[in-house]
Design a protein around this ligand. Structure first.
Ligand SMILES: Cc1cc2nc3c(=O)[nH]c(=O)nc-3n(C[C@H](O)[C@H](O)[C@H](O)COP(=O)(O)OP(=O)(O)OC[C@H]3O[C@@H](n4cnc5c(N)ncnc54)[C@H](O)[C@@H]3O)c2cc1C
Length: 100
């Protein structure tokens, strides 16, 4: 399906302009044979579940983590948050204080 049939004209025009501009910065990005297959419309969680300094929510034993909980905006930040929460859980339940 042609994306121009899906999007309003102002959007497809803006995308074309953007791709051409980006193509000047990144070689082959706007190659004539490049295929535009879709668009990413999702964004990260607009809400954040509160948690205490031990990474636990106000519900005993519930540790919100990662993107859905509002603590990450991508793969790496979600992974780092997951590690921190896992370390906090280990400290809370096993009493291990050192950095793991
Ligand atoms: C199309 C797209 C492209 C992306 N591109 C990039 C990119 O290029 N670079 C980047 O850094 N980030 C990118 N991201 C964002 C990145 O994927 C997320 O930020 C990251 O995966 C969040 O990790 P997470 O562990 O917090 O959540 P998720 O990876 O969403 O993991 C949540 C897990 O919980 C499971 N789950 C949900 N509900 C339940 C339940 N009730 N019971 C049991 N399990 C449940 C789900 O099945 C899932 O496995 C992209 C996201 C999308 C959608």
């Amino acid at each position: 399906m042609n994306m121009r049939e899906v999007l309003p004209e102002f959007m497809s025009e803006a995308i074309c302009e953007g791709m051409q501009a980006f193509g000047k910065k990144m070689k082959a990005f706007a190659h004539p044979e490049a295929v535009f297959t879709g668009f990413e419309t999702r964004s990260s969680s607009p809400v954040r579940m509160p948690r205490n300094e031990g990474y636990m929510s106000n519900i005993e034993g519930l540790y919100p983590a990662g993107e859905g909980a509002g603590y990450a905006g991508g793969i790496t930040s979600a992974a780092v948050d997951g590690i921190e929460v896992a370390e906090a859980i280990i400290q809370n339940y096993c009493g291990i204080k050192e950095n793991l």
